[in-house]
Write a protein of this length. Structure first.
Length: 82
């Protein structure tokens, strides 16, 4: 995913979203057999906007904090063993 897309998504707001068009996190499935970078790409391809999605009927806005860039933080989450 391109950095300019992430920047555009970063400014997404739950208050301004159209909940029916958001991707439901429960529908996202990432194959643990993929490499960490492939898991990241699969997640991003499916969720579309990693900052704004829904769980059931609830819109969820996410802000990522810390010293790591977004993709590095998400990749470390997807790299963790279950």
């Amino acid at each position: 995913m391109q950095e300019n897309s992430l920047s555009r998504f970063r400014s997404s707001s739950v208050a301004d979203c159209d909940t029916p068009i958001l991707i439901d996190l429960k529908s996202v499935a990432v194959d643990p057999a993929l490499s960490p970078s492939e898991r990241l790409q699969s997640f991003l391809d499916q969720i579309k906007n990693p900052y704004l999605f829904k769980v059931g009927d609830l819109a969820v806005g996410v802000r990522y904090a810390g010293g790591k860039p977004f993709d590095a933080a998400l990749l470390s989450l997807l790299s963790a063993s279950p």
